[in-house]
Design a protein around this ligand. Structure first.
Ligand SMILES: [Zn+2]
Length: 362
């Protein structure tokens, strides 16, 4: 072993557990900005050295994030738990907040579409900031965020106020929403004005997608002929945001091994086989860096309803990805991930129970 790469891993929707509240987390944002945020008070601006300086100079502001409990506003624990987990993605949050600075709080954009992103950036920047302005309480920031989420603009997503819902669905929809807003900002820079949400759909896989940049994973799949293992075909796939992991086994590593191993029946062009052969399929992460988000599949659809799978899974604090990473296999590095956050569902049904989160686990 020449060196060990430590990346971060986040597990979404895991076992039952309790909320661990830690006052000072090691998460830092480093936001580059040319403009001071008007929400910050004068003292903070002085601390950041932003008051008397040339406004056009790019300043780097370091913000220390702390974990803070969020008020449950009528069954919003599924949202709160994801918001808390998102605090570990500091590069992602940096980008969002830089966009807020850069666009003067998205002032030139459609308020209906941008209100949620703006209130999210304020919640992170002011609510979880160790040097937050105490005149703005985290409760009022959370309240703004929840109100902006349950507005007519999001009604078609199917989230209903005051009902317990799926944290994983919220997570996906929220990343998609942020992606669409950033695409809109970037398109405006290119002189393309977006009139309505439908137009954005044409750009969903566009290069400006933040979740593609930070969370997507390239996977290599190697199909190996049973008659000759030199007869292999390599295909590439892009996983969107996270791995949905079935959990027949007791450990994450065993379940990942199962996830990456498969078999398909097909003809071999090189053997000129007339009949189908059983090809082994082996998957690998390609150029893995950054974050890995895993959703443990804890609900199964049976008898016309979702049932919770209560099976215990041993979640390692340090996950060895060496067997699943092409960097490790073809290079000399071992790849380990550190567990950064878990969103936990307690209870037996998808419509009930309670969500909490665990952060700073490593
Ligand atoms: Zn063959």
């Amino acid at each position: 072993m020449d060196s060990v790469d430590n990346h971060q891993m986040c597990i979404d929707l895991g076992n039952q557990g309790d909320l661990v509240y830690q006052n000072h987390s090691p998460y830092y944002l480093e936001v580059n900005t040319t403009k001071p945020d008007q929400i910050l008070n004068d003292n903070l601006l002085k601390n950041f050295g932003l008051l008397s300086e040339d406004q056009n100079e790019i300043k780097s502001i370091e913000i220390q994030l702390v974990n803070r409990g969020l008020k449950n506003l009528h069954n919003t624990c599924y949202i709160n738990s994801i918001i808390q987990c998102l605090n570990v993605f500091s590069e992602y949050l940096n980008k969002l907040i830089e966009y807020k600075f850069e666009t003067n709080d998205f002032m030139e954009f459609n308020n209906e579409r941008f209100a949620l992103l703006d209130s999210y950036c304020s919640l992170v920047y002011n609510g979880f900031n160790v040097n937050m302005d105490r005149r703005i309480t985290i409760d009022s920031l959370t309240n703004d965020f929840i109100n902006d989420f349950f507005c007519p603009f999001f009604e078609n997503l199917g989230f209903i106020r005051k009902q317990q819902q799926d944290a994983h669905e919220f997570f996906n929809e929220f990343l998609n929403y942020n992606d669409r807003r950033i695409i809109e900002v970037e398109l405006k820079k290119l002189g393309i004005e977006i009139e309505n949400e439908c137009q954005i759909a044409n750009f969903d896989e566009h290069r400006f997608s933040l979740s593609k940049k930070f969370f997507s994973i390239d996977v290599h799949k190697i199909f190996i002929c049973p008659r000759n293992d030199n007869h292999c075909i390599i295909k590439e796939e892009l996983l969107k945001n996270l791995i949905e992991l079935a959990i027949p086994f007791d450990t994450i590593e065993e379940n990942l091994a199962k996830y990456f191993t498969d078999s398909v029946e097909k003809r071999c062009d090189e053997c000129n086989s007339q009949e189908n052969l059983q090809f082994m399929v082996q998957g690998f992460f390609e150029n893995f860096e950054g974050y890995l988000i895993i959703q443990l599949k804890r609900f199964k659809f049976e008898n016309n309803k979702f049932e919770k799978i209560t099976k215990y899974v041993n979640i390692s604090l340090s996950l060895n990805l060496t067997n699943f990473s092409s960097d490790s296999l073809f290079g000399k590095n071992e790849t380990y991930l550190e567990l950064a956050a878990i969103s936990l569902h307690h209870g037996n049904s998808i419509q009930s129970g309670h969500y909490t989160s665990k952060l700073n686990l490593f």
